[in-house]
Design a protein around this ligand. Structure first.
Ligand code: EZ4
Ligand code: CO
Length: 402
């Protein structure tokens, strides 16, 4: 089999997606997601100018060799643009291989290790009452795990809280929006949210919370300790993680489980975090972390240190990535949990898929390959529109981590 065509589909069915379609001489094609939220065309151009011309004529079964060629052969290594581009090619190749062998991708990764993939939903509210209500509604819809975010009094545009009753979607068309941030107000407030959630909703539901890189290590340590009575499933991205030993300090002070890495793009961003057991869950996703090939190696390394996966799965990760993550999560032993933020109806129409949700778990379906397709005609009716993630400023105007 040979790769005969490599095509990019850039579309915006309510939000932007970059999708790679690899076609072969046997009529089988594979899809890969190449979406990097707010930087979409950088990846598209990296692929079209530098990667796709090198794929024509290659054997799509040679996944490892193609991965190494794109990684080592570029000389310049890693970074979100490069690793997202490599991921798109890699995932499309796994899709082709599954279809060619007439088996779902999870069978190529070791086969099923479980019945379904535990997912967590996003709940939020402008105040505690609304947030508790939102968690309750997600539990009623069948979710066993729910992330809770809440407006902080005196902090306009708090992370994770939607505007005007719409589902939460951080990227906005136009130029970057600005939110306000106050660590002091946040730290004084958040424990009361989780106290109320446990009092009202009981001990069973898995509760998660995303700090979104906004604290220093010692502040995160204080929050982790304060949240211990409410037994969180995890505290996510407590502080920026470029300095991996930041987590040593947090870890020393709290038994609240820690998750990080949605902005990571290779095992090298996390190897100290894993090796020193400073985290419990790794969030680096298939799309931003070099595809299934690199995620498998990273997860196998993490398994040696009791670290489980908890992949990023917000709406900026397309249904192609969601499908890949579900095959992966069904197969590997050290799967932990998968984020699930449902796409809009229009996105789901552009990307018809086999995966489904029932009673707290998702399943990738048993179709050959990934079980996800793209409606190119509909995609063409939804042209790309420039969009950005917001930025955040402290009360005195200093730019801070969003
Ligand atoms: O900010 O997906 O856990 N989920 C998150 C998301 C991310 C966006 C970035 O593109 O933190 O809201
Ligand atoms: Co996050």
């Amino acid at each position: 089999m040979k790769i005969t065509e490599a095509r990019l589909i850039v579309c915006s069915p309510d939000r932007n997606f970059v999708t790679l379609k690899l076609c072969t001489d046997e009529g089988i094609y594979g899809l890969g997601d190449a979406t990097l939220n707010g930087r979409e065309l950088a990846v598209a151009s990296y692929l079209s100018e530098h990667v796709l011309p090198c794929l024509i004529g290659r054997d799509p079964f040679a996944i490892e060799d193609i991965w190494q060629t794109l990684y080592r052969g570029a000389y310049w290594r890693r970074g979100p643009v490069t690793m997202t581009a490599i991921a798109a090619v890699d995932v499309a190749l796994w899709d082709i291989k599954g279809k060619a062998l007439n088996t779902p991708v999870y069978n190529l990764l070791g086969g099923r290790s479980r019945q379904g993939v535990l997912v967590y939903a996003h709940a939020n509210g402008k105040d505690i009452e609304e947030a508790v209500d939102s968690v309750r509604r997600h539990m009623e819809a069948g979710y066993l795990a729910v992330r809770a975010q809440c407006g902080v009094p005196g902090v306009a545009g708090s992370y994770g809280v939607p505007k005007g009753g719409k589902p939460y979607e951080p990227a906005e068309r136009g130029l970057p929006g600005e939110g306000v941030w106050s660590t002091e107000r946040y730290l004084n407030f958040v424990p009361s949210l989780f106290e109320k959630l446990r009092v009202d909703l009981g001990p069973e539901v898995h509760l998660l919370h995303d700090v979104h890189h906004r604290l220093t290590p010692i502040e995160a340590a204080r929050l982790g300790k304060a949240l211990e009575p409410y037994r969180l499933f995890w505290m996510e991205d407590p502080c920026p993680a470029e300095l991996q030993e930041s987590f040593e300090l947090i870890r020393r002070h709290t038994t609240t489980p820690l998750a990080t890495g949605e902005v990571f793009n290779s095992v090298w961003d996390a190897h100290e975090l894993i090796r020193r057991q400073w985290i419990d869950y790794l969030r680096m996703s298939i799309v931003h972390g070099g595809g299934i090939t690199h995620a498998k190696k990273t997860a196998d390394f993490a398994a040696l240190y009791h670290v489980r996966t908890g992949f990023h799965g917000a709406t900026d990760l397309s249904p192609v990535t969601m499908a890949a993550a579900l095959h992966f999560g069904l197969a590997i032993h050290n799967f932990g949990i998968q984020e699930h933020m449902p796409h809009t109806r229009l996105t789901d129409e552009v990307f018809p898929h086999e995966y489904s949700f029932a009673e707290g778990y998702m399943h990738p379906g048993d179709a050959a390959g990934l079980g996800v397709d793209i409606d190119e005609k509909l995609a063409a009716k939804c042209p790309y529109q420039r969009a950005y993630l917001p930025v955040a400023r402290k009360l005195d105007g200093t730019l801070t981590d969003w």
